[in-house]
Design a protein around this ligand. Structure first.
Ligand code: PMP
Length: 384
């Protein structure tokens, strides 16, 4: 049977291939985007998992929009405006898929920063969106480029990861957030604000969501994968009800609803007195790993390679002198360190700036030190 044309045009995930190679026990992987399993709140969940068995009704079919007690709780937890509703999804990734399927016709323009999240490129590729990119600066998207694209190309939506971007770690400034929100309102472009790393801030002050400045022109995607566990597969989509109702319709056809026992478990976690403390311990752990990685990189990176500090999230972006980063990533694997080369994060890979994405959340400090020493050796050889 011939596969659908939309799928024929979608590249398979290079990251999955590199992760397969990185499973070799001699390789230290900085390639994935995995939280550390040791941070999963298993102790908090144990008694809750026990008590789930006393509630057989949770194991029945549930409502498509989500488990009502969880959704009610989240209205306050996220301080949603009165006009907004929340919906539970099977990971925020599903929320993104529902948005693309509900709103994007083949050829519709969707704007993204370049580089951008690979999983979003896949989703928008599958609905055959025309992806238009704007360059990313250290403060967020280049505002003049964004204005020009909005004005000249009338896109339908702008997909963005303003907090600790995947892959670059960039966190948009307050000024940029206000400017983007104003542009979305002015040009009637829907902002799709993807915020899975928002709670992983380990330095600096929290900044409002971009959507706080344009609540009627935005949909927010949140995830519990990084602060609870990805295996729960619970993400939350929120926005004004007219934006969300079409998503509920599509979700009915996709999977009826997300797992109710897992939503109930998540609700128990969020209400637990120790959950905030739990998030703090994750931030502290990731901060110390980041600091190790950053100082090792500063000491050991060869000339011409650059890094920018980050205030949270899971990634650091190392920019390099022009080179074949796919070839480099293969050579680094032989040195015993797995990283992701920049072109996989660009909708137009040929336009990629030479860079590598490094993850710092799923390796110990000792492993990070060793990995950076291997990285520096490999880079020195490759750039020689
Ligand atoms: N958005 C971004 C930017 C991500 O990096 C990820 C996963 N790493 C997701 C969405 C999906 O997260 P989940 O489905 O686990 O909530």
């Amino acid at each position: 049977m011939e596969i659908a044309k939309s799928l024929q045009q979608t590249p398979s995930s290079y990251i999955r291939e590199i992760l397969a190679a990185a499973s070799d026990k001699n390789v230290i992987s900085l390639a994935g985007g995995l939280p550390d399993e040791k941070t999963f709140p298993i102790d908090l969940m144990k008694p809750m998992l026990e008590s789930l068995s006393d509630m057989p009704e949770l194991f029945q079919y549930g409502a498509t929009a989500g488990y009502t007690p969880l959704l009610n709780f989240l209205n306050d937890y996220f301080q949603l405006p009165d006009t907004h509703i929340a919906m539970a999804c099977t990971g925020s990734q599903q929320g993104l898929d529902l948005i693309a399927r509900a709103y994007v016709n083949p050829g519709d323009k969707v704007v993204m920063e370049a580089p951008s999240y690979l999983g979003a490129m896949q989703v928008f590729g599958l609905v055959q969106a025309d992806i238009v990119t704007v360059p990313q600066t250290e403060f967020g998207p280049d505002i003049e480029a964004l204005r020009t694209v909005f004005y000249e190309q009338s896109p339908k939506m702008f997909y963005a990861v303003p907090d600790f971007h995947n892959p670059t770690g960039v966190c948009w400034s307050l000024e940029t957030r206000k400017q983007v929100a104003a542009l979305c309102e002015q040009y009637n472009v829907a902002l799709i604000e993807d915020a899975p790393y928002r709670e992983l801030r380990f330095s600096g002050e929290a900044i409002p969501l971009v959507s706080d400045f344009c609540p009627q022109h935005s949909i927010v995607l949140r995830s519990f994968s990084k602060i609870a566990s990805p295996g729960l597969r619970i993400g939350i989509v929120s926005g004004k009800s007219s934006y969300l109702e079409p998503l509920i319709k599509i979700k009915q056809g996709a999977d009826l609803h997300s797992s109710v026992p897992m939503q109930a478990l998540l609700l128990g976690l969020l209400k637990h007195d120790n959950f905030d403390y739990h998030i703090d311990t994750i931030r502290t752990l990731y901060k110390s790993r980041y600091e190790t990685l950053y100082s090792e990189l500063q000491d050991k990176l060869p000339e011409g390679c650059e890094i920018k500090p980050v205030d949270g999230g899971m990634f650091v972006w190392v920019t390099l002198p022009t080179c074949d980063t796919f070839e480099l990533a293969k050579e680094l694997l032989k040195e015993g360190v797995a990283v992701v080369p920049s072109p996989v994060f660009y909708p137009q890979p040929e336009a990629a700036q030479a860079a590598l994405r490094l993850n710092f959340t799923n390796a110990t400090k000792d492993e990070l030190v060793m990995a950076i020493s291997r990285l520096a050796d490999g880079l020195a050889k490759h750039l020689d």
